[in-house]
Design a protein around this ligand. Structure first.
Ligand SMILES: Cc1cc2nc3c(=O)[nH]c(=O)nc-3n(C[C@H](O)[C@H](O)[C@H](O)COP(=O)(O)O)c2cc1C
Length: 426
């Protein structure tokens, strides 16, 4: 890239400059992360960033993508490659969905802003059961909303949640059963408070005062601090339980079984995804249980630290079940080229967690839309450089795959990689 503009280039040849990049905006997810770090109070930022224990899996989720190279063509580029696809019966403008995350304390508009951005960019979002906004409000912002369910309480409790989600009009269910209650964060994250009271505010005030933009947002949104409540755990319109109370009830609930998943499948007739699959045998059992989709995922590195990057497990899992159900993946995707790599290895689409939260922190709905634009632009230029007219043409032969790429046992992870990818980005 010389920076010189070809005189023969037509407007169709030049990728459109996304509207949001004119004026304020950011041009990479890495930059969004840096800006988010400067916007959020330190404890909020770190609670989003840190994975479990020493965060080796968080680091590997991204590092694994660097072990995959792209094969360019010298001629035969494609000017406007097609990115459109469908996931669980929803037509999407691109193969990127927003993964469910609780975005408590990031931005007052929280999951509603995320859903609006997803809708504006023609894609779907997953809504966490631990989100801060009610399902009904999020669906009003994006009809393509999948509700993510954790197994908390007995089967009656699950049925009540399914019924609320059905009445609200969610287009599918994401069932997350991998959470392992790994509370040790060697990076150190603040304990979850039961409520935000005066003593807590006094303790956190010094770090909040350093973030006037964040403080102003909450001041303009009613002047109250983030509530840390979870309105989707209980019935519609009821008093939303505090995050911590729901978390404690969850910890006390016996972990769900494969029979519970099969039961859930019988109760929910719409599309259903099992999120968190990391073994081929589990992918096969998920098919047997009747799910429509899986996400190959390690919960963004928040569970078993030392499990490999999700994308390392993707090829084997996609080969085993990709012709029977939709296989997605999430974890460590930061560029459009990462999305292309995942698709070449058999993913139908990907989901993003932290990148959407960085965008939300920086600029609410516009920030999330900005992140989606970055990924779209990156996918378009990657496919163009590889001479692909459509994401449907991608295959493993389009990648240079480093010998180190196959699933590495956790002991093979380089501490150097973990340290460098985990430095604060500033
Ligand atoms: C702060 C945070 C909260 C999350 N909350 C949930 C959740 O409530 N439900 C869920 O299924 N996954 C949750 N996840 C996992 C994401 O859905 C997703 O699997 C992960 O973030 C993908 O990795 P990435 O952050 O590298 O993109 C959360 C992740 C983060 C970082």
């Amino acid at each position: 890239m010389t920076g010189r503009t070809s005189t023969s280039a037509t407007s169709a040849d030049v990728p459109a400059r996304p509207r949001l990049l004119v004026g304020r905006g950011f041009e990479s997810v890495a930059l969004a992360q840096r800006l988010a770090q400067r916007t959020l109070p330190r404890s909020v930022y770190r609670s989003l960033l840190a994975g479990s224990e020493r965060s080796a899996t968080v680091a590997d989720n991204s590092a694994a993508y660097h072990e995959l190279g792209l094969a360019p063509v010298v001629l035969g580029q494609t000017a406007r490659p097609s990115l459109a696809t469908t996931v669980m019966d929803q037509s999407l403008s691109m193969p990127v969905l927003i993964s469910p995350t609780g975005s408590q304390a990031v931005h007052p508009d929280a999951e509603v802003a995320i859903a609006r951005a997803a809708a504006a960019r023609g894609t779907a979002n997953g809504l966490s059961m631990f989100a801060s906004k009610p399902i009904e409000d999020v669906i009003a912002a994006n009809a393509k909303t999948f509700f993510q369910l954790y197994w908390i309480g007995d089967r009656e409790a699950q049925l009540a949640r399914l019924e609320r989600a059905r009445q609200a009009g969610v287009v599918g269910l994401i069932v997350t059963t991998d959470w392992s209650f790994s509370l040790s964060r060697e990076w150190g994250t603040p304990p979850i408070p039961r409520r935000i009271d005066l003593p807590l505010i006094a303790r956190r005030l010094p770090e909040a005062l350093l973030r006037p933009r964040w403080l102003t947002r909450w001041a303009l949104a009613g002047g109250r601090p983030p509530e840390l409540r979870v309105p989707n755990v209980g019935p519609r319109g009821g008093v939303a339980p505090p995050y911590l109370d729901a978390y404690v009830e969850w910890a006390k609930t016996p972990p769900p079984t494969w029979d519970d998943l099969a039961w859930l499948r019988e109760q929910w007739t719409g599309p259903l995804m099992l999120k968190g699959v990391m073994r081929v045998e589990d992918a096969r059992r998920a098919v047997d249980a009747g799910v429509d989709a899986i996400s190959v995922s390690n919960h963004g590195g928040n569970n078993l630290d030392g499990s490999p990057a999700a994308v390392r497990m993707l090829p084997a899992i996609a080969a085993a079940v990709g012709d029977q159900i939709e296989v997605l993946t999430d974890g460590g995707i930061r560029r459009g080229s990462d999305v292309v790599k995942a698709l070449a290895l058999g993913a139908r689409a990907v989901m993003i967690g932290r990148p959407a939260l960085w965008g939300l922190a920086v600029d609410g709905e516009s920030g999330v839309a900005n992140v989606l634009d970055i990924l779209r632009r990156g996918m378009t230029s990657t496919l163009r450089g590889m001479g692909k007219a459509s994401i449907a043409e991608l295959a493993p032969r389009d990648l240079y795959i480093a010998a180190s790429f196959p699933p590495a046992p956790p002991v093979a992870l380089e501490p150097r990689i973990c340290a460098s990818t985990h430095e604060d980005p500033s």
